[in-house]
Design a protein. Structure first.
Length: 427
């Protein structure tokens, strides 16, 4: 595969930084979209609208041989508004420059409609039905020709200087161990404080991993409305976990030294840092203003009784990206190999043994603070420098390896935090 275009240059600003004499004012060229938003990647997104068109879509991407051409899709043949909203959010994402939607011809989600949404965003877009093109081989050939045209067109995408204050970063945990709450999640939380202070946007999720800590979250609410949203979202998540008789803790967590969901929760929540929480956003909804936001990915009633809120780490990453995250952090004490479509994934560990064993996959080793080799502030600045490099075009480990995982399930969610009606609360 061809490498990504890393020609963008990182510039050091002249400011004094946010604190302790360390500068947080690096800049880089961002890709300007027609709506004024800035992206850190200029991807072509190939979307399959049903499982039956997955093979053709993925083959188009493979034959394009370019890491800037990506594929996502929804396997379902029947309608699911949650999945449709998520697909639309990816089309609108600032890291996406052009869209090709590929359908079979029988499915509910129509590729022509998705392409139309992309055009409304001012992005080059095409669509096709495999049935109309004569089958697999001719559909792949035409799709590849369309992608080639889009590649040429995107070479003319304008750029504008972009910095920390322009970024949206999402974070979640995956494969936590005893170091996650001591180093990995801690450095993310401290970076989030810097990001919010600079005027950027930070998103954390996994409210199901905040069990027992609702009072701490609510105390950090920026407004009364935010406090109400946080408490309601916590209570809903707890009810959901009880209904499926499962909490977000696994045998791997126990093997890594954690003992209970409450212990895991303490490590998980610390990745949100200490800034005031502006409120709750839902999947596929971008925060309305900069600040720190909780992403609610828990299903809303009526619940589909098929397991925990996020079946795997990649759904959580996709949820964060659907909320506009340019970059996502995956904090994993025990190690992980996945990446993510649309936005780069930076994998962080606080476990030195994990980093050394999986250095080809892990991006950032936060274990130095546990060995007294550097301060928390110095470690935070190192992560900031990595974020700036990736935002400026340097591939993360997963990008360089070609990891572009994604997962879009059936789920039910409202678009906004919807509180129970009074009569429902009294029943």
């Amino acid at each position: 595969m061809k490498n990504m275009d890393n020609s963008k240059k990182i510039n050091q600003g002249s400011g004094s930084g946010l604190s302790n004499g360390l500068s947080y004012d690096l800049t880089w060229p961002g890709y300007v979209r027609k709506n004024g938003k800035l992206g850190i990647r200029n991807h072509i997104l190939v979307i399959y609208t049903v499982k039956c068109s997955e093979f053709v879509a993925k083959r188009i991407v493979e034959e394009a041989g370019d890491l800037n051409v990506e594929c996502i899709g929804f396997d379902g043949c029947t309608d699911n508004q949650y999945a449709v909203n998520l697909l639309i959010s990816m089309i609108r994402h600032p890291n996406i420059g052009a869209v090709l939607a590929v359908g079979l011809g029988c499915e509910y989600v129509q590729p022509e409609w998705l392409a139309g949404i992309a055009r409304e965003e001012g992005k080059p877009a095409e669509w096709m039905f495999i049935q109309d093109k004569g089958g697999t081989a001719p559909a792949i050939a035409e799709g590849l020709e369309i992608v080639r045209r889009m590649q040429e067109e995107l070479k003319n995408t304008p750029t504008r200087e972009m910095g920390f204050s322009d970024l949206i970063i999402g974070a979640e945990c995956g494969g936590s161990d005893f170091t996650s709450g001591l180093a990995g999640n801690v450095v993310v939380g401290r970076l989030y404080d810097k990001l919010v202070e600079a005027g950027g946007t930070a998103i954390f999720e996994e409210i199901v991993e905040a069990v027992g800590l609702d009072s701490l979250l609510v105390k950090r609410a920026k407004t009364e409305q935010a406090a109400k949203e946080l408490q309601f979202t916590y209570d809903k998540a707890l009810d959901y976990c009880k209904s499926v008789r499962q909490y977000s803790v696994s045998p791997g967590n126990f093997a890594g030294g954690l003992s209970t969901i409450e212990e895991k929760s303490m490590g998980a929540v610390i990745k949100s840092g200490s800034a005031p929480i502006s409120g709750v956003v839902k999947v596929a909804c971008t925060p309305p203003e900069p600040g720190l936001w909780l992403l609610d990915s828990t299903p809303d009633p009526h619940w589909m009784q098929f397991g925990i809120t996020n079946p795997n780490d990649n759904e959580g990453l996709m949820d964060l990206i659907s909320a506009g995250a340019h970059i996502v952090f995956l904090v994993t004490g025990r190690g992980n190999v996945v990446g993510s479509a649309v936005s780069p994934c930076i994998k962080i560990t606080g476990n030195r043994e994990t980093y050394r064993r999986m250095e080809g996959d892990m991006d950032f080793d936060a274990s130095g603070v546990l060995f007294g080799e550097c301060s928390q502030e110095e470690m935070t600045h190192r992560l900031y420098e990595m974020v700036a490099a990736v935002a400026g075009g340097a591939p993360s480990k997963s990008e360089a390896l070609g990891h572009k995982e994604y997962f879009i399930p059936y789920k039910f969610q409202e678009k906004f935090v919807t509180f129970k009606r009074k009569c429902e609360e009294e029943v």
